[in-house]
Design a protein around this ligand. Structure first.
Ligand SMILES: *[C@@H]1O[C@H](CO)[C@@H](O)[C@H](O)[C@H]1NC(C)=O
Ligand SMILES: *[C@@H]1O[C@H](CO)[C@@H](O)[C@H](O)[C@H]1NC(C)=O
Ligand SMILES: *[C@@H]1O[C@H](CO)[C@@H](O)[C@H](O)[C@H]1NC(C)=O
Length: 352
């Protein structure tokens, strides 16, 4: 807020100064790339009010990117795919599930451009053959994550986390290439439900409706002594550029190239993103603060269905949709309730 009121004051001053020189209208171009803020808001800060009161001619702050047809709000979520790191990861996962609906509405309507980012480490050259690097890294020490269970030899290793990270990045890449980047939210939210590491189900699984071959190609061979272009790009992006600064804490949300320091909750994040829209053009989701969609309407929410028998495992709830096998005429159907795709074939997973 303090920064904003400073910008407002500078803006008011600039306009006022120009007015003294007898201009009939003023456009002040923002000299940094940032989201638009409300300029005329005297209740909020009195310092600019005295200048604003005499500004009675048209004036506006325009974005530096004025003329750029892509005026979507850009935001990034920096994370890792490890869901077994305690409170922080639980918080992140709760956020992903909670925010998914809003994120998808904003993205589908072209209001935002979201990009997920993942942090990995690398193993120093001299240690690439050590037991630790072998268990925590892929591609010969190039991309690493700490072991999820902190040292226990059973269960999953850091490299499983890196491979899942890579899979989530590849899901985004392939989904984005087919102009459906929002599929990432489904994949990541479902990943937690379908394959939580806590239940030792942290295995490969394809994302509904995406070309599994393309995803496998993007993942490549984790044992190969080569760079993976997708992970390489992520490591390069980790270093700060411009106003953003290095990303060192996880999870980090970056909205319009600034690190967001608020609470990682749906309401707070939605507000930060909606701040970037011009008044009266903001999507309804910004005003209502809530999202009402029936997630079962699209692709049956990725859940099992038997169209002929008019049965579905999808149920829309206020926390998003759930896939559950039904009780039909006294018979409890068994299965995980999801539909599984293997290439072109769909495997039905609710049976009596
Ligand atoms: C605004 O206009 C009024 C009336 O003309 C004048 O008295 C006042 O000094 C002006 N304020 C500023 C900041 O110039
Ligand atoms: C997603 O696709 C858009 C174009 O449709 C492109 O500008 C953007 O860079 C892509 N993002 C990633 C991370 O590949
Ligand atoms: C399918 O079932 C739903 C609810 O169970 C019902 O509302 C709908 O009319 C049914 N559709 C058909 C085509 O029978």
């Amino acid at each position: 807020m303090r920064i904003k009121s400073k910008i407002r004051l500078l803006f008011a001053l600039k306009v006022w100064n120009v007015r003294q020189a007898d201009a009939s209208a003023v456009l002040v171009a923002d000299d940094i790339e940032e989201a638009l803020i409300t300029m005329d808001n005297p209740e909020e800060d009195s310092s600019s009010a005295k200048y604003i009161e005499n500004i009675t001619f048209p004036s506006a702050l325009i974005e530096k990117t004025f003329g750029d047809p892509d005026d979507r709000d850009k935001y990034e979520l920096w994370t890792n795919s490890n869901d077994e790191c305690g409170v922080k990861c639980d918080m992140l996962m709760a956020f992903v599930k909670d925010f998914k609906g809003a994120a998808q509405i904003l993205e589908k309507a072209g209001y935002t451009q979201f990009t997920p980012h993942y942090i990995t480490w690398y193993c120093p050259q001299a240690f690439t053959l050590s037991r630790q690097c072998k268990s925590q890294c892929i591609n010969r020490g190039r991309y690493c994550a700490p072991d999820p269970e902190q040292g226990f030899s059973s269960g999953y290793e850091g490299k499983d986390v890196v491979i899942e990270t890579l899979r989530q990045l590849c899901v985004f890449k392939v989904a984005n290439e087919t102009n459906r980047p929002w599929v990432w939210w489904d994949y990541v939210a479902d990943f937690q439900i379908r394959r939580p590491m806590k239940e030792k189900k942290y295995n490969k699984e394809c994302a509904d409706g995406l070309d599994a071959k393309k995803i496998e190609k993007c993942i490549g061979d984790p044992d190969a002594d080569t760079e993976n272009p997708v992970l390489k790009e992520e490591q390069d992006a980790q270093a700060g550029k411009g106003s953003r600064g290095d990303v060192t804490i996880l999870p980090t949300l970056v909205v319009n190239n600034r690190q967001y320091r608020g609470k990682l909750t749906k309401g707070a994040v939605l507000k930060a993103i909606c701040n970037g829209f011009k008044e009266t053009t903001e999507p309804a989701v910004c005003l209502s603060g809530d999202v009402e969609t029936n997630e079962c309407l699209e692709n049956n929410g990725g859940c099992w269905q038997d169209k002929a028998a008019n049965l579905t495992a999808c149920r829309d709830t206020f926390r998003g949709r759930v896939c559950e096998c039904l009780l039909v005429d006294g018979v409890q159907f068994k299965g995980d309730g999801y539909s599984h795709y293997e290439g072109e074939n769909q495997d039905f997973i609710c049976t009596d």
